[in-house]
Design a protein around this ligand. Structure first.
Ligand code: ADP
Ligand code: ZN
Length: 719
């Protein structure tokens, strides 16, 4: 028997063509018996980093995971791909456990999942057992649980330090989706792997669209939101068990398929609800944060937070449960400062002032995120210490057109209020002061200042927005802490002296202009066929008693419904179709696709699938502006670059590109300004190749990374 390479296993066992992110180097490091720490976002594909080595190394890989609920699914998914795996936990009967032990001794298993408390049971019984067998690798999942700096500290994890001492020659791989530097340091130290190699991937989740809405009538807002998402799977998080129960029942009354999940329900109900959600029988799960740790459902299309999460890590982890299949998904947060205040009450860690301060600081940053006026993804990436200077084009702030106006006088009023009150007050006080509030809160000496009451003509809400805008633009600064005060900045004096004009966002003319481009690019598949395939999948899932995505993920079915493979050879090109699944299900799925194609006179489109690169979701949204086109054109003619215009107008560069491309057709801008002439012919040919289809993504896919959408769009406009 020949020894398979990692890549061969990726293709044959798991059905994937390409490694993602740091999977390949991490696997190589493990195979070289090095310890490693892998930081990858949720859904990035951490599991394969130890699953593939487990298959290549001699012996048993022990996976330590705190999530008992996850174990069964992971093992099911592995078995569905023909990997011998098992788990040991308290949900099993004694007989079942005995059988697992027997299989381990016989060397039948490649992977064994256990909880940390089991691994280090009293008397080290389990460790003794492990000493007697051949261990190839230890994989520590959710490794951030070892750090008290993190958001999910578990004391059992501290005892994992013994692993490296007891088994010095067995490589250890630690994996987490938390990238915080302090957490990272703890992982190296506390697991005793100071020389481990670090694999740090970008934490960006390009397919998730981040949006925040002010929390006013959140139930009404939610209904409006769900109305556009009938039949999609989603998670709705609430802070309290009571609100979970009442929201789930309200949604059911509205006709939605929704169930609740929280720690107050008995285990049986919880499991039933979770199972029903995983199997797609229930579309929406309304839950406290007790739900979701390790939920591996790949087709969650939206995650809504009715209440504020207590820190950005939790927010990112919870929203990260959307779109694991790489398809376009949504994260929506209903935000209010009242929530921040409410959470402050819970943030304190008893008897630990230091820890409390950390938690409060984290909460504060969560509040900042809610209030943010700039690109949300950039904030998130910077939060996780990733450099990111570009606007993403795929968050509410990037896709919202904001009109600005000359707000110099307003800015001067605000700044002078700060100045006259000696930079010692917070936003609310300053606003009351500006509006000439008669309240006793306003100090008497302040009532005699000239600035008192000069802003009475502007509403409180509007003032809040102006202040935030001024802070965002660095004309003012806000201190951290429980009672933040507003300070002047270096830029303030010029404004007060009347030397700098200030532009402010015109309140309440935010006009959402989220385009459908991404949706079009991804959803250009045969919906009816997709539905047929899903039904077929459910039949298999029911029969084998596993969640549907264990058979094939949505992403895989969508590829089938996009590329319409007509024979086995073509089907093998679909991502997610490994050898075992091909043998088990291939014929049935092919038959379904072929029947559909016959009925609808369709042929294979497998040629559209370039096998070099994975199909990537486009994230930059294209926006169809109105008369804003000319504003962009004028600025362009003034000699400003696209990124300068984007910045100036508070729009994404993609939007500006689209504005300008329009003028290529009218001849007001020449094509050469957009595309180098030697590329034009190639692009032209590619476009013709795919006609009469209007979709750009096949063209882009065909052309590859050297050609941008902007270039393709420009040439297309010319044609
Ligand atoms: P994580 O543990 O990092 O959250 P998983 O390991 O559960 O992520 O992987 C998320 C999904 O991505 C799974 O459905 C997995 O099968 C899939 N996946 C992993 N690696 C690849 C790859 N190289 N190509 C395509 N899909 C992949
Ligand atoms: Zn953005």
């Amino acid at each position: 028997m020949s020894i398979k390479t990692a890549r061969e296993i990726l293709k044959h066992q798991f059905g994937y063509d390409e490694f993602r992110m740091n999977q390949e180097p991490a696997i190589e490091a493990v195979l070289a018996k090095k310890d490693c720490v892998v930081l990858m976002p949720t859904g990035g594909g951490k599991s394969l980093c130890y699953q593939i080595p487990a298959l290549m190394l001699d012996g048993l890989t022990v996976v330590i995971s705190p999530l008992i609920a996850l174990m069964k699914d992971q093992v099911d998914a592995l078995r569905a791909n023909g990997v011998e795996a098992a788990f040991l936990n308290s949900t099993q009967t004694a007989a079942e456990q005995v059988e697992v032990f027997r299989d381990v001794r016989k060397g039948k298993l490649k992977l064994l999942y256990v909880a940390p408390e089991r691994l280090l049971q009293s008397g080290d019984q389990f460790l003794d057992f492990l000493r007697g067998i051949n261990i190839s690798l230890f994989a520590i999942d959710e490794a951030h649980c070892i750090s008290s700096w993190g958001h999910d500290f578990r004391s059992e994890y501290l005892r994992l330090a013994t692993l490296k001492k007891e088994f010095p020659s067995v490589p250890l791989i630690a994996l987490t989706a938390t990238a915080d530097k302090l957490v990272r340091k703890d992982i190296f130290e506390r697991l005793n792997v100071p020389d481990a190699e670090l694999f740090l991937s970008s934490f960006n989740r390009p397919n998730i669209y981040y949006a925040v809405e002010p929390k006013r009538n959140s139930y009404g807002q939610l209904l409006a939101y769900l109305d556009k998402r009938k039949d999609e799977s989603g998670i709705i998080y609430c802070l309290s068990r009571n609100s979970v129960d009442s929201l789930a029942s309200d949604l059911r009354d509205e006709g939605y398929s929704a169930l609740s999940y929280h720690a107050g329900l008995d285990k049986e109900t919880r499991d039933k609800h979770q199972e029903s959600f995983l199997k797609d029988e229930t579309k929406i799960i309304v839950a406290t944060i007790a739900f979701g740790m390790g939920i591996d459902k790949s087709n969650v299309r939206f995650v809504v937070h009715m209440d504020l999460p207590k820190n950005v890590e939790s927010y990112y982890q919870e929203t990260g449960r959307a779109g694991r299949d790489g398809l376009v998904s949504d994260a929506l947060l209903f935000f209010s400062w009242a929530d921040v205040l409410k959470l402050k009450g819970f943030a304190a860690v008893e008897g630990n002032a230091e820890q409390s301060a950390i938690m409060l600081k984290k909460l504060d940053l969560m509040g900042k995120f809610g209030d943010l006026m700039t690109c949300r993804r950039r904030f998130l990436l910077n939060y996780f210490s990733e450099e990111s200077t570009e606007d993403c084009g795929n968050c509410d702030n990037c896709t919202t057109v904001v009109e600005r106006f000359d707000g110099t006088v307003i800015a001067q009023k605000a700044l002078s209020a700060v100045y006259r009150t000696d930079q010692r007050f917070g936003m609310s006080y300053l606003i009351d002061f500006l509006r000439g509030s008669k309240s006793e809160k306003i100090r008497d000496e302040h009532k005699n200042i000239k600035t008192y009451g000069v802003g009475a003509d502007i509403s409180k809400d509007a003032w809040f927005n102006y202040f935030k805008d001024l802070i965002a633009q660095n004309y003012l600064a806000q201190t951290d802490g429980e009672f933040p005060t507003i300070r002047l900045t270096e830029k303030s004096m010029d404004v007060l002296a009347g030397n700098t004009p200030v532009e402010l966002i015109k309140v309440k003319v935010k006009e959402e202009k989220r385009s459908k481009l991404v949706a079009d690019a991804v959803h250009r598949y045969e919906q009816a066929l997709f539905d047929d395939l899903r039904r077929l999948r459910t039949t298999f899932a029911k029969h084998e008693n596993v969640p549907p995505y264990v058979i094939f993920s949505d992403a895989t079915l969508i590829e089938m419904a996009t590329y319409l493979p007509q024979n086995g050879w073509e089907l093998r090109k679909i991502s997610g179709v490994g050898d075992l699944k091909f043998d088990k299900y291939g014929a049935d799925f092919l038959a379904e696709i072929k029947t559909y194609c016959l009925t609808n006179s369709l042929v294979s489109r497998i040629d559209l699938k370039s096998n070099k690169r994975e199909r990537k979701v486009r994230t930059k949204r294209d926006v169809s502006g109105k008369d804003t086109y000319h504003t962009s054109l004028d600025l362009y003619r003034d000699g400003r670059s696209i990124s300068e215009i984007a910045k100036e107008r508070g729009l994404s560069p993609t939007t500006i590109e689209n504005h300008l491309i329009r003028f290529i057709t009218t001849g007001e801008i020449s094509l050469e300004q957009f595309v180098s002439m030697d590329k034009v012919e190639t692009i032209q040919k590619a476009i013709m190749k795919f006609q009469p289809s209007d979709a750009l993504s096949p063209v882009k896919e065909f052309l590859g990374d050297e050609y941008s959408f902007a270039e393709i769009r420009a040439v297309k406009a010319m044609l």
